[in-house]
Design a protein around this ligand. Structure first.
Ligand code: AMP
Length: 420
């Protein structure tokens, strides 16, 4: 390859032939599980007004501060490639009046997302997520059902060594009270905190729990926990979610340090990790976002959802390395002379309209190499068009017979039917 050959941008990847089969299987499984539970598929645009994410995801989050692909279009509008799916789904929910439908409105998606992150194994700049959102109900059973569905999906896809961590962030009141307590605590220990944590004590003190900085981690080990400061209704809601998960025999760990990287979460939050993955062990996660629809200008709408990374699911289930077998070819049409190309072409169209998987010689090979190619494709039958009589060869038995060109499709159909 010449040195100025253009390659895919860093942090992106191609889904090559053979790899798409594992992804299609994942999609089919997800569809069966989610649609079986009443979720309907939704597809939103790849880009949105930047303001949707600034407002919806939160101006102080890493995503909004550092990771968005934002561009100004020809009319001077600021647009952003979607970095996540929940804010767009809420936007669509409001825009199409879905809040008038009976609650909960359950939506799922499988789309690509864009974040300017440090690219590494399992972390990409364009990645795919499968997500599910249930809007309009604050029933704890919605939380539990949502979590169970993701656990089921991962189990059925063969994602091994999965751990479920669970917490509650409380609602706005519990949170603001707790926030003040945490801010006081962080201020008292500010000299030991990482500079970026110290800078965000005012804007986002909870993110201090995410820091990898050693001294910060030591400070956070003794920090007050939100779970210990929940209001009575939040504590009750959390207990109900746990009770339902227990009833469904879902194993989980309560993790009072669990903080999600998006501002909109309230009450239940959860994360699923797989020890089958390396450093990037997060497979999926989500939680309740009872204020988001309101923040986007809609009515007060409790909601719950999650997203899981396709690449990580494929890696953790071992499906990423599986090469899918090539698709079956019922009939390959070869021809002895170039002037028979048009007849071969017509025959392939006829065969396809009869439901056969048919291909023909398309690279000007001599007959011998056409047959070699048909062999490589593992074609079940090969028709060799000749003037006046053609030959049909059964590649399994090696038998061959003279046939008129217009009888070939019937002969193949008959042969395939007799096989069953
Ligand atoms: P988040 O939307 O950040 O809560 O992420 C949910 C899930 O999406 C994670 O658990 C990962 O599986 C996946 N994910 C998030 N960011 C990336 C990325 N940059 N590359 C690949 N997968 C990602």
């Amino acid at each position: 390859m010449s040195p100025d050959t253009i390659k895919a941008p860093r942090g992106t990847y191609d889904v090559l032939p053979g790899q798409s089969v594992a992804r299609a299987a994942l999609e089919a499984r997800a569809r069966a599980i989610l649609e079986g539970a009443g979720y309907e598929r939704i597809e939103t645009p790849a880009f949105e007004h930047t303001d949707l994410f600034a407002r919806g995801v939160g101006a102080s989050t890493d995503i909004v501060q550092k990771e968005m692909y934002t561009l100004t279009d020809g009319s001077g509008r600021s647009l952003t490639l979607r970095p996540e799916g929940t804010a767009p789904v809420c936007r669509a929910y409001l825009e199409h009046g879905m809040h008038k439908r009976p609650a909960p409105v359950k939506l799922w998606y499988l789309s690509s997302f864009f974040r300017y992150e440090r690219a590494q194994a399992g972390r990409y700049r364009q990645f795919w997520q499968i997500g599910a959102e249930a809007l309009g109900s604050d029933d704890p059973a919605v939380d539990a059902e949502s979590i169970v569905l993701l656990c089921t999906l991962l189990a059925e896809l063969g994602v091994g060594d999965v751990r479920l961590r669970l917490a509650s962030l409380g609602d706005a009141d519990s949170r603001s009270e707790y926030r003040e307590r945490l801010q006081d605590y962080l201020q008292t220990h500010s000299d030991r905190l990482a500079p970026e944590v110290r800078d965000r004590i005012g804007a986002n003190p909870l993110r201090a729990f995410d820091s990898q900085h050693e001294a910060t981690r030591a400070v956070m080990a003794d920090a007050p926990r939100l779970l210990d400061c929940l209001s009575a209704p939040d504590a009750e809601h959390f207990a109900a979610v746990r009770e339902l998960l227990d009833a469904a025999e879902v194993r989980y760990e309560i993790d009072s340090t669990l903080v999600r990287g998006l501002d909109y979460y309230t009450r239940t939050v959860f994360e699923l990790t797989s020890d089958a993955l390396g450093a990037q062990s997060g497979v999926g996660g989500g939680g309740r976002y009872d204020r988001l629809v309101e923040v986007l200008g809609g009515p007060q709408t409790p909601a719950m959802g999650w997203a899981a990374g396709i690449e990580r699911i494929l890696i953790a289930s071992g499906a990423a390395d599986q090469q899918a077998p090539a698709a079956a070819v019922d009939l390959f049409v070869a021809f002895t002379e170039p002037h028979l190309r048009a007849r071969a072409f017509a025959l392939v169209q006829l065969a396809r309209s009869a439901g056969l998987a048919a291909q023909m010689e398309l690279a000007g090979r001599a007959l011998k190499r056409q047959l070699g190619h048909a062999d490589r494709l593992k074609a079940r039958y090969v028709a060799i068009l000749d003037d006046p009589q053609s030959v049909l060869k059964d590649m399994q038995s090696g038998r061959q017979e003279d046939v008129a060109s217009d009888a070939i499709v019937h002969a193949v159909l008959r042969g395939l039917r007799d096989m069953v």
